[in-house]
Design a binder for this molecule. Sequence first.
Ligand code: XMP
Length: 542
Amino acid sequence: MDLMNNSVSSPSQSAPAAGSQTASQTAPHLVSERVLVLDFGSQYAQLIARRIREQNVYCEIVRHNISAETIKARNPTAIVFSGGPSSVYESNAPKCDPNIFKLGIPVLGICYGMQLASQALGGKVESCSRREFGRARLQIQSMERLFAGFPHEIDVWMSHGDQVKDLSEDFETLASTTTCPHAAVRHKTLPIYGLQFHPEVSHTSLGSTLIHNFLYNIANCEGRWHLSDFVSRAVEHIRGVVGKDRVICGLSGGVDSSVTAALLYKAIGPQLTCILIDNGLLRKNEQAAVISEFTNHFKADLRVVDATDLFLGELANIKDPQEKRKRIGKAFIDCFKLEAEKINGAKFLAQGTLYPDVIESGAAVDGPAATIKLHHNVGGLPEQLGFQLIEPLRDLFKDEVRKLGLELGLPEHLVWRHPFPGPGLAVRCLGEVTREKLEILREADEIVVSEIKNANLYRQTSQAFAVLLESQSVGVMGDARTYERAVAVRCVNTDDFMTADWSQLPYDLLATISTRIINEVRGVNRVCYDISSKPPATIEWE
Ligand code: XMP
């Protein structure tokens, strides 16, 4: 059992339906060397995959019960078993196909993955007398291959309730801690390794080196995953799929849609038409900024639709957040449909779907079942419009998309932009959305973001914005009593946006933000700082 995974349910034993073949599915020829991570329900499977890709080795997450046959057909260079919340000795614990161990492909088991491999090959796993969570000192006994170049002791991150009690005679111990005698092991004759601790988390010192050593010293990877190669192969692939047809790409000004558009533009140039729908819920000067960024970097056809009246009309008198979202989603589809119909010969619709969205929605071929969420992306749009979907970023993590954006010549400030929700300021303007409230919110939001940038903290924070509260409060300005609105400042730090900490911004920065908002934004006499983490709060207020 892996304590870091307690909150995530164990993946089901049954295989999820494989994603249907679309133009956007991973093209096999895009990668020539891959590692498969078998997901046993770990919330860190994606982190493992990212760590592997950081070593220039392409990596995919697949379901834990993938057959040895299928693995063989995918021809991976190595296999990693993730951690997981179950105990290997429970009857319904997720298992792997035992024939995997006969394939001769190097395997690295992490935590639950190590326990599973050890048990499958003759060892015994038991519950620890005391659960172990946190830092531990690892003593390394064998400095070869996996631990090549390591000191004799390092700090590692432990998170487990079970551990290997009796190691099969076929295995040997490479490292241990005072409480965990078999903290790193290897099979004596097969290329199978196990780690009871977590090399993927940053608390394990030299964790990346350990992953590097497994990939290069044991699995003999060559490190063929480079984004520059990805660009040329993706361009070739897109050209092959699209042929002489036209592609439509919705542009929001965010990183994902901008990089999607840049990649498509590189591939098919004038066959691309981008559509920017200004729903009246964008931030200050956003429409102009997107147009200027866009025209500076591409010469593709850009259609800008000012749909403010339509969206604000739909939102009139609506206070319920879910109803707001529903109406915005519907208005977006209606509006996009109208615009798309004007574009002759369009056969494809491009979306900036990323690999985590594909994994979490359960749509990856052989990938794990959906365990976390349905994504916020505009669902159903391609089907409703009768387009084929093209998703050139669906194999990439966010950090890779940012690097790709730079590679494609997009400016740093665009590539490092904080995410902005599809429903825009509507979910930050609490209660009814009106033009007057949106104006106040835009001004306050601009001050928050620009002061965080001035303090050089924009890159260190994940999302920062203002929220306009519904209530009014009493204040005093000059000698006069005021009765005006309150603004909340929200700023969070997060890796994955599924959990988040509120950012501990310096008091003098908060003071500047507060003073500027109250002095410069008419209609606001109070500023609060939101100090709630996610969970239990969410990042957005609605
Ligand atoms: P929450 O509020 O759920 O937000 O903690 C997590 C991340 O998702 C963004 N978000 C949305 N993005 N449509 C989107 O495209 C939405 O309806 C939506 N709601 C939240 C939010 O800004 C944060 O980055």
